[in-house]
Design a protein around this ligand. Structure first.
Ligand code: FE2
Length: 126
């Protein structure tokens, strides 16, 4: 079975799919099984990927990363940032040239997971 909110990636075409309802044990894209994205939680290099959540007056801002910003070039950038609460999924879609951050109208204590997907380095969460 797939699990709610899992993200799957197609190595051939780059499709990323999020599970909104649990179903079949595997997803197929371009004639091949899609790969389940496993989120990493720790940066081993100087490049920052782990989402950093900061409270604001209206909710939170999620930055990639805390002190140093992730690149946002055409070739290498953050595609989306998501905030997951118990019963909601918020997603901000980013483009090259944007700042690697997004604001969400969510209380920090309600966040179960904050995650982001880098087009080169994959899925990261905090
Ligand atoms: Fe990256």
């Amino acid at each position: 079975m797939t699990k709610l909110r899992q993200l799957y990636y197609c190595e051939i075409c780059g499709n990323v799919v999020e599970i909104a309802n649990e179903g079949q044990p595997s997803l197929v894209c371009c004639g091949e099984p899609m790969n389940l994205l496993e989120a990493k939680t720790e940066d081993s290099s100087t490049e920052k990927h782990v989402p950093y959540v900061e409270e604001t007056a209206n909710g939170v801002v999620v930055k990639i990363g805390q002190n140093e910003s992730h690149p946002m070039t055409e070739k290498h950038h953050i595609k989306f940032i998501e905030v997951l609460t118990k019963d909601k999924v918020y997603r901000a879609e980013l483009k090259p040239g944007n700042e690697p951050k997004a604001e969400f109208p969510v209380k920090k204590e309600d966040i179960v997971t904050a995650r982001e997907w880098c087009n080169i380095h994959g899925l990261w969460k905090s």
